[in-house]
Design a protein around this ligand. Structure first.
Ligand SMILES: *Cc1c(COP(=O)(O)O)cnc(C)c1O
Length: 238
């Protein structure tokens, strides 16, 4: 094992411990929170090291970077989640290469993914991204327009609507961190009261996963706490 592989295995254990403690503090059942390892900007070797330490779900933000990495890692046991901004001209590679997409925030994107999901693959598992921070964030659909989009996505045969996702404006204050997560969970519960059968609340990152788990996150997306600080210098950002 190289030093870097050891470092990733150690950090993975520490993140798993944080999740478990947050889950226990919230009196939630064991294993009710899934870890998504966000590997954007990190090389295929980092994914391999993390996978060797037992992690199977990985999140990527940039389509070109992700396609190269998915091909390089070439591990059929891994599950790839697209968590970056979705533009219309990038939907096809997402529909063809990922298991999940978390960032659906308008009808046109959902329609394209539904049309482009290859017939030989199972439906694409999707979350709708919600803007829980109002003007402080540009990505995600507002709560007012969310029900219509959810109803439309639910009816698309090549997509399976699994839940809701958010990236709130960052905050150091624990109560301020929890408010947007609570609002998302309440929306999730309203859908399920209407029979949607959603099972995924994708919320919480390295700096706010405890707040998210306290408010019911079922999947946390963690990058820097696992892989270290990101260097965007080498990347062609969209
Ligand atoms: C980069 C990213 C993450 C991980 O952020 P960290 O703060 O490094 O844990 C999670 N979710 C999304 C959508 C991201 O773009």
């Amino acid at each position: 094992m190289t030093d870097n592989m050891n470092a990733i295995a150690t950090r993975l254990a520490a993140v798993r411990r944080r999740i478990r403690e947050a889950q226990d503090d919230a009196r939630r059942p064991a294993d009710s929170v899934t870890l998504l390892a966000v590997s954007k900007t990190f090389p295929a070797d980092a994914v391999r090291a993390c996978a060797a330490a037992g992690q199977s779900r990985f999140g990527e933000n940039y389509v070109q970077e992700a396609l190269a990495k998915i091909a390089a890692v070439a591990d059929p046991n891994l599950e790839w989640h697209f968590i970056g901004p979705l533009q219309s001209n990038k939907t096809r590679p997402v529909a063809e290469n990922f298991h999940w997409a978390h960032t659906i925030d308008r009808l046109k994107i959902a329609q394209r993914l539904n049309e482009q999901r290859p017939a030989h693959l199972p439906p694409l598992q999707v979350c709708i991204q919600v803007n829980t921070s109002g003007e402080a964030s540009k990505s995600g659909i507002g709560f007012d327009a969310l029900p219509a989009l959810a109803a439309a996505v639910r009816g698309m045969p090549r997509l399976r609507l699994r839940g809701l996702m958010t990236i709130p404006a960052p905050s150091d204050d624990a109560a301020a961190q929890r408010a947007p997560f609570r609002a998302l969970r309440e929306a999730f519960e309203r859908f399920n009261a209407e029979g949607y059968g959603l099972d995924t609340l994708s919320m919480g990152m390295s700096d706010d996963l405890e707040a998210a788990v306290a408010e019911g996150a079922t999947l946390v997306r963690v990058g820097s706490a696992l892989f270290g600080a990101r260097d965007y210098g080498q990347l062609d950002k969209p």
